[in-house]
Design a protein around this ligand. Structure first.
Ligand code: PAF
Length: 289
């Protein structure tokens, strides 16, 4: 497995693949890989001749009081996990390599990047959209793979690619869950054992919300109320946000019709902010978890 820390070396390796006519997939990550990331890599390997996994904890998407310093990092561990995938190349740049000078250019989505998580974390999606654009410019992939767990991020990137006419197919991959339903996240490692057990309440609340939507709930509010009650019964959970939105646009919905909606939840367990989501449609089908 080749590991590149410099943009020039990454581009040189990619040029050789392109000269052979190979397709390229990219899996952007911030490292501390778990089974959810490996599912993205597996899918990318199945659909492309060559796959680049990027590992970069991007400082510009963290606010001043967020967990940039506490974000888990272990490149050796990540490389050991990726060794199982033959032919994968890793791009793991330093901050100085990615940001040699203060940026004067950024990619901002409004309103999509400023609602929901974007309202609670001002500038977060500007940081995400800008670094993903840089990674796309470095790798120039045919396809890029993102987890559905970070649903607003996936929606932002899909919209960015459409708005900027980027010739890249964005592939959303279903959330991978622990046996009890907790969505896999690099942040789970920071939970205390008690908070780890408590955090399953998010999946339980989503199960209930999805069941009510599928059973024909006509409005979001009763569904949200039932979910809030489930989360409130878990004293270790500090609910930060709970929304039902149009699954494609993330526009607010006042009545549930035949269009798919997404339930979006964020909650703190200790100082760890977890997010989860569920796409649901009236009566006919549910999302594979
Ligand atoms: O989802 C992540 O890990 C990050 O937000 C991403 C897409 C790699 C950009 O830094």
């Amino acid at each position: 497995m080749q590991v590149h820390s410099e943009i020039g070396s990454m581009r040189a390796a990619l040029a050789k693949c392109r000269a052979r006519g190979e397709s390229v997939g990219v899996v952007p990550t911030m490292g501390y890989l778990h089974a959810g990331h490996l599912k993205l890599v597996e899918r990318a390997c199945a659909e492309n001749d060559m796959v680049v996994v990027t590992i970069f904890v991007n400082p510009t998407q963290f606010g001043p009081n967020e967990d940039l310093d506490a974000y888990p990092r272990d490149l050796e561990r990540d490389l050991a996990q990726l060794a199982a995938f033959a032919g994968v190349q890793v791009f793991a740049p330093t901050v100085a390599e990615m940001y040699p000078q203060p940026l004067q250019t950024s990619v901002d989505l409004a309103p999509l990047g400023q609602i929901l998580i974007g309202a609670a974390r001002p500038g977060h999606f500007r940081g995400v959209a800008t670094v993903v654009t840089k990674l796309f410019n470095i790798v120039q992939p045919d396809r890029a793979y993102f987890g559905e767990k970070d649903y607003q991020q996936l929606t932002v990137i899909r919209r960015m690619v459409a708005d900027l006419s980027s010739p890249i197919t964005i592939v959303g991959v279903p959330t991978v869950r622990e046996a009890d339903g907790l969505a896999m996240s690099s942040r789970n490692v920071r939970l205390t054992p008690e908070d780890r057990d408590a955090a399953v309440v998010l999946a339980r609340a989503l199960d209930r919300g999805e069941a009510l939507l599928r059973a024909g709930a006509a409005e979001p509010e009763p569904v949200l109320t039932a979910m809030r009650e489930i989360i409130a019964a878990e004293p270790r959970a500090d609910l930060a946000s709970l929304d039902i939105r149009d699954a494609a646009s993330l526009d607010a919905v006042t009545a549930i019709d035949d269009r798919p909606v997404v339930i979006l939840v964020t909650a703190r367990f200790g100082d760890v902010l977890l997010i989860d989501q569920r796409v649901a449609e009236k009566a006919r089908r549910s999302q594979a978890a």
